[in-house]
Write a protein that binds this ligand. Structure first.
Ligand SMILES: CC(C)(COP(=O)(O)OP(=O)(O)OC[C@H]1O[C@@H](n2cnc3c(N)ncnc32)[C@H](O)[C@@H]1OP(=O)(O)O)[C@@H](O)C(=O)NCCC(=O)NCCS
Length: 248
């Protein structure tokens, strides 16, 4: 019997993929060494309560500053400034260059990559008050993070964007699991296109299987993230880092 005295429903066996949850993020100002086989995942808090914005804004490039200034709402501008200042501070620790002096080049679909020949690869994703930056040495990486939430007609999106197998798996899932399955497939697609930088370009692009490995994690309750990279270690072997709270 359940707590209310009503008969308990037999628990359903749901074949959801087990996604590892990352509970510990080590606060560091200087990153540990990154090897070509390793993967560093950084969490950047972009909500209120961190360092004053006036201290972070000067770390941005003119291009980033202009973009932040063009954002109409503070609720978008503040996370943007925090995410990009945070990313620059993280990269600074690896490169030994001041955050504001780090230079980016941009691919045809907008992927930022580091100028110079450091071999350091990164990718950034933002979702609500959370940003993640994946750092890799020598191999391009893509990361996408989404808050699990209503996305409208997910079956229509799935049939347009995913492989027929993925779309039918989502359609066949019990309604309470569909959103979860959808976000797993969506983050897979985005992380993969973000690794090679081609982006989605607003066009329908049924998910093709690339040769990259994709790993998922739960970086915070209510979110799911995917990483895409050739020869990606399992989540258990990632090094999960964050900037000290007072400096974000
Ligand atoms: C790249 C894309 C997949 C990002 O998806 P998203 O879920 O909206 O955003 P995310 O938060 O995960 O990632 C955004 C970050 O990824 C990086 N990024 C931008 N373009 C990228 C690309 N093509 N590939 C990889 N990373 C990219 C940036 O750091 C960006 O941060 P910013 O927007 O704050 O500067 C999506 O916006 C897209 O398809 N863009 C393509 C645009 C395009 O093709 N334009 C045509 C040329 S003008």
């Amino acid at each position: 019997m359940g707590p209310t005295g009503a008969p308990r429903r037999p628990s359903k066996i749901i074949a959801l993929p087990a996604i590892p949850r990352i509970d510990h993020w080590r606060p560091v100002t200087h990153p540990p060494a990154l090897s070509p086989a390793g993967l560093h995942l950084w969490k950047i808090r972009t909500g209120r309560g961190g360092a004053p914005l006036a201290r972070l804004w000067p770390l941005l490039s003119p291009r980033e500053s202009e973009r932040a200034a063009r954002l109409r709402f503070d609720r978008h501008r503040e996370p943007y400034v925090r995410a990009h200042a945070g990313l620059r501070r993280i990269l600074s620790g690896y490169l030994g260059i001041a955050p504001a002096a780090i230079g980016f080049r941009y691919g045809d679909a907008g992927k930022p990559v580091l100028e110079g020949a450091s071999g350091l690869e990164f990718n950034l994703t933002t979702s609500g008050e959370l940003a993640l930056a994946a750092l890799s040495l020598g191999t391009p990486v893509g990361v996408d993070c989404e808050r699990i939430g209503d996305r409208g007609d997910i079956l229509a999106i799935a049939s347009r964007m995913f492989t027929p197998e993925q779309a039918s798996r989502i359609a066949a899932a019990p309604p309470e699991d569909r959103l979860w399955q959808f976000h797993i497939a969506w983050t897979t697609l985005e992380a993969d296109v973000k690794a090679d930088g081609c982006g989605l370009s607003g066009q329908d692009r049924p998910a093709a299987r690339s040769t990259r490995r994709i790993e998922h994690c739960v970086p915070e309750p209510g979110f799911v993230a995917a990483l895409a990279r050739e020869r990606l270690p399992p989540v258990e072997d990632w090094i999960n880092l964050t900037l000290p709270a007072h400096s974000e």
